[in-house]
Design a protein around this ligand. Structure first.
Ligand code: DON
Length: 601
């Protein structure tokens, strides 16, 4: 099999292509005709045409290349902050933590200290681990807290306002990772974030656009209006954003570590903010919050090793199950973007999301049958349900039977350092700007992650996801996530570091980038740029990215039995790195749907 990392050399590959073969025949004919002088000219001409005429598979730009280290995140300033740490001798964990705090300043849509996330780490010596710093339900949370007296689900309560917030986990998780796997002091890794907050930075067109789309809601919260509007007006491109309160909060974290957030002034400010609107996060909830280090979930796909995030995220399990199902088909032969490949993916997606709704939840509260769900045997059993000739309606699909059962906004960043340590982080406050409420005096947005719980069996959350008992609201429980930070290993070396935001589409986006690299032999930029599809079992709709696929492919899918729907404003913003060990190069790509950057050195 070709090594997909080498596909960047595509200009040379055509020498062996069919077109080049026919060009060679032409040349030979010319030579045989013995028009020597003319032939030399034609040789040059024909070979040039052969090369120029080679189809380059997509219109993607080349990935960013670097020799020593690479950071890809949703914001260029944050990627640069990470690379500065790498240049100063920090490892990938040091850099990842610096990026996480910097994103909390420069990418307030999703970068955060008021939310939570997951970090997947593979150290150069082969050790792998994950840090779960997902938010938790406050101790006063209860199963029916988002239902009215008649038992109807009230999404406005789980998505907006103070009850929507879970106890934040990001600061605890990032500092835990830094202490255990980093090499630098928090003083150093937080400095770029503190500086960006204190001195400010010039806002891009995309950031002011995204801020202004939430303007009306910001105006209803004085603490948010104060910072994220220009005295009540929308910011315009080029305006500076200075965040003094946030700088002070980050300074307290720098000085006192975890206590600088979960105790003392920051904690007091969070609790005071809660009291303004019936929020239930208490000082005890904050003081008790701890991240958890857990083993990753592991799988294989066509000889590649998959290392991903286990519960409380559903991402890793769902990704591995999808790959296990699809391994049974010749995806490469089906071709990228064909109705055949899309329908195979969609059938596997439906089966996977049906299991997700039934079996996935916080493993500290619910016995998630991890080993069974990621086994090749279980995938083989589920694969038998796929009818390759037609779409199976979602109503005819249910979760599998697994033994042992009783007992907008998010952001991803990938980092690889010069030693081969790799870190994959996805973090979120759920919606864009979380619940739109800034903690007054502390300068950061609160999350609205409580919406990721299943408020009531069958009721769908903001991503249309359903769930049941496994993901019911319970005090101190982590709400189920779809985040899928992933590291793929080949020949005992990190090969691909990948992840994305996108709510329910996170899992299927990561899946498609992996298939694009491994099966369709795309380089990392092409794999991320390529149009995507999504199916999540319920609703029974196959979504495809606007203008992503030719009309005849879409028509074939309809004939195959799918209800299809074009989706604009596709949510995924995948940020990935491919490591080419042989060449000693790193290739990075930020999703063109966003405005992030791959920065290397
Ligand atoms: O954890 C989850 O699965 C969701 N809270 C992620 C939200 C998200 O990706 C929104 N971004 N577009």
């Amino acid at each position: 099999m070709n090594d997909p990392a080498l596909i960047d050399d595509r200009f040379f590959k055509p020498m062996f292509s069919v077109e080049a073969f026919f060009c060679s025949l032409l040349l030979l004919k010319n030579l045989m005709n013995n028009f020597l002088k003319k032939s030399i000219a034609s040789i040059i001409l024909i070979w040039s045409i052969c090369f120029i005429a080679q189809p380059i598979s997509t219109a993607s730009k080349d990935p960013v290349r670097a020799k020593h280290g690479m950071v890809v995140s949703a914001d260029e300033l944050a990627s640069k902050a990470g690379v500065e740490i790498l240049k100063k001798g920090g490892n990938a964990v040091d850099a990842a933590v610096a990026v996480g705090f910097a994103l909390a300043v420069t990418y307030p849509q999703a970068g955060n200290i008021g939310g939570g996330g997951y970090m997947v780490i593979r150290m150069a010596d082969g050790k792998t681990t994950t840090i779960d710093y997902r938010e938790k339900a406050p101790a006063a949370a209860h199963r029916d807290m988002f239902l009215d007296e008649k038992g109807n689900f009230l999404p406005e309560k789980s998505q907006k306002g103070y009850l929507a917030s879970g106890v934040p986990g990001s600061v605890a998780g990032m500092l835990y990772a830094l202490d255990k796997y980093g090499t630098m002091k928090r003083q150093q890794v937080l400095t770029p974030a503190v500086t960006l907050a204190k001195k400010g930075f010039v806002m891009s067109y995309r950031l002011v656009n995204e801020l202004s789309s939430s303007l009306n809601s910001f105006l209803t919260h004085p603490s948010t209006k104060k910072i994220f509007t220009k005295k009540g007006e929308a910011y315009t491109e080029g305006d500076p954003l200075v965040q003094k309160d946030l700088a002070a909060t980050l300074g307290r974290i720098q000085r006192y570590g975890k206590d600088g957030f979960y105790k003392g002034k920051t904690a007091d400010l969070i609790v005071a903010e809660m009291k303004k609107g019936g929020g239930i996060i208490t000082p005890e909830d904050l003081a008790k919050y701890q991240s958890v280090e857990r083993p990753p979930v592991r799988g294989t796909y066509r000889g590649y090793e998959i290392i991903s995030m286990g519960p409380s995220s559903s991402g890793g399990i769902a990704l591995i199950h999808l790959l296990n199902i699809l391994e049974g088909y010749d995806i490469a032969a089906g071709g990228f973007g064909s109705s055949k490949t899309i329908s195979l993916m969609a059938e596997a997606m439906k089966l996977t999301y049906a299991d997700r709704a039934e079996y996935l939840g916080d493993p500290d509260f619910y016995p998630v049958p991890i080993e069974q769900l990621i086994s090749k045997e279980y995938a083989a059993q589920r694969r038998k349900l796929i009818d390759v000739t037609k779409a199976t309606p979602s109503s005819a699909i249910s979760h599998g039977s697994v033994a042992n059962h009783e007992s907008m906004q998010t952001t991803h960043y990938s980092v690889v350092d010069r030693w081969g340590n790799a870190v994959s982080v996805t973090t979120t406050i759920n919606d864009y700007f979380g619940n739109d409420i800034v903690v007054d005096g502390a300068g950061f947005f609160l999350n609205n992650e409580m919406d990721d719980f299943s408020a009531k069996p069958g009721a769908s959350n903001m991503f249309g996801l359903v769930g049941g008992e496994a993901n019911s609201v319970q005090p101190n429980k982590r709400m189920l996530s779809a985040m899928t930070p992933t590291i793929i290993v080949k020949d005992n070396q990190p090969f691909l570091v990948i992840g994305t935001p996108g709510g329910s589409t996170i899992i299927t986006t990561v899946l498609q980038v992996i298939l694009n690299v491994i099966d369709h032999k795309m380089n990392i930029e092409e794999a991320i740029d390529a149009p995507r599809v999504h199916h999540q079992w319920l609703p029974d709709t196959l979504y495809y990215e606007k203008r992503g696929f030719p009309q005849d492919v879409v028509e074939n899918l309809i004939k195959h039995g799918y209800a299809v729907r074009e989706r604009s404003g596709y949510r995924g913003l995948a940020e990935g790195i491919i490591v080419d060990k042989k060449k000693g190069l790193l290739y990075g790509a930020a999703d063109p749907r966003g405005y992030g950057a791959a920065v290397g050195y």
